[in-house]
Design a protein around this ligand. Structure first.
Ligand SMILES: NC(=O)c1ccc[n+]([C@@H]2O[C@H](COP(=O)([O-])OP(=O)(O)OC[C@H]3O[C@@H](n4cnc5c(N)ncnc54)[C@H](O)[C@@H]3O)[C@@H](O)[C@H]2O)c1
Length: 326
């Protein structure tokens, strides 16, 4: 078991949604220092505000595409979480940037971590590598049925870690997240999740839109569980393995929308639109391997988790309005 007490930890992309929750939970592990390298294209300093009050967290504003910045952020670091990536939609609209950040950037991370003698890296991959499920639940042996450019960049990243492990023994584990949700998820940008799109509509008093018949089903896992999984993966002995990170429960879009309507006390009925291009319509991961090898089991139930999103969103919106008025 790796001991984090007294260690130096770097989170690349740590000001984002998942990374900032890892930072919050890491403080309890009593590391000597937590560094966050983030260029804030999507992450926010505000996500780290609470953790920064511990006096242990430093934000370095910069990009993993800049080797000099990356190497200096890694100086004296024991452990690394690599979370920085461009999102699914950005990979469609700007594939070259996606290659620069997700592919070359990840190569920069493996090379710089090897050179810095980092003890262990946790790499944020994605269940996107599996594409549409051929069998359910998907085990980690499920073929790479991916057909998206984003998934392609994650497959490339995984392969860099695998090959560097063989060539240079850089210890790592890779995590393939299912659909992560929770407080601090983006609700203002161009690429927001279905949960936020539905809440936007409800808030505007309009009927939430479901594309297709709503039978598309996903495995929603709460961000606090995902952060806990990252820390367990860092502390574990096992290396050179990939793990699904999910709740292991299938929820259809119809069910999700009904839950959100109930939670917000709305009497609106969803509106069905013809199916646009949907990347993946079926996703459910087996949770066995993560349970057996790193002792991770997601515990937050969807109803409770969605409640945390609705409450956080209200508080965040009020804070934004207050800042605007000031
Ligand atoms: N949220 C999900 O449902 C989900 C699912 C599967 C995989 N993932 C993966 O998990 C990781 C974290 O996801 P997230 O939801 O927290 O996303 P996020 O966008 O909130 O976090 C990514 C962070 O990386 C930063 N970043 C982007 N480009 C950078 C660069 N060039 N240099 C430095 N920092 C940069 C962003 O500013 C952001 O803070 C990503 O790799 C993502 O692909 C997320």
């Amino acid at each position: 078991m790796h001991k984090l007490k007294g260690s130096r930890i770097l989170l690349i992309g740590g000001a984002g949604f998942i990374g900032s929750h890892i930072v919050d939970q890491l403080i309890q592990e009593e590391p000597a220092e937590i560094r966050v390298l983030d260029n804030l294209v999507r992450g926010k300093e505000a996500n780290l505000a609470k953790a920064m009050r511990s006096g242990k967290v430093t934000l370095i504003e910069g990009s993993l595409t800049d080797m000099h910045t990356l190497r200096s952020a890694l100086r004296g670091v024991d452990y690394v979480f690599h979370l920085a990536a461009l999102w699914l939609g950005e990979c469609v609209s700007n594939p070259r940037s996606a290659v620069e950040v997700n592919v070359v950037g990840t190569y920069n991370v493996v090379e710089a971590c090897r050179d810095a003698g980092v003890k262990r890296v946790v790499y944020s991959s994605s269940a996107s590598v599996y594409g549409n499920a051929l069998t359910i639940p998907m085990t980690e042996e499920h073929p790479f049925n991916n057909r998206t450019f984003y998934g392609a960049t994650k497959v490339a990243g995984e392969q860099f870690f695998r090959s560097f492990y063989d060539m240079h023994k850089l210890p790592y584990v890779g995590l393939r997240y299912m659909n992560v949700y929770g407080p601090r998820m983006d609700y203002k940008g161009t690429y927001v999740s279905v949960i936020m799109k539905v809440l936007d509509k409800i808030e505007a008093g309009q009927r939430p839109v479901i594309h297709g018949d709503g039978s598309q089903a996903y495995d929603f896992v709460h961000v606090e569980d995902v952060a806990r999984c990252n820390i367990l993966a860092l502390k574990a002995q096992v290396s050179d393995e990939f793990f699904n990170v999910g709740k292991g429960t299938k929820t259809t879009i119809n069910e999700l929308v009904q839950k959100l309507l109930k939670l917000t006390g709305s009497s609106l009925q969803p509106e069905y639109h013809a199916q646009e291009h949907i990347f993946v319509t079926h996703r459910l991961g087996s949770t066995e391997k993560a349970e057996n090898l790193i002792g991770f089991k997601a515990t937050k139930e969807l109803d409770e988790g969605l409640k945390s999103v609705v409450e956080w969103r209200r508080i965040d919106q009020a804070a934004v309005a207050e800042r605007r008025a000031a």
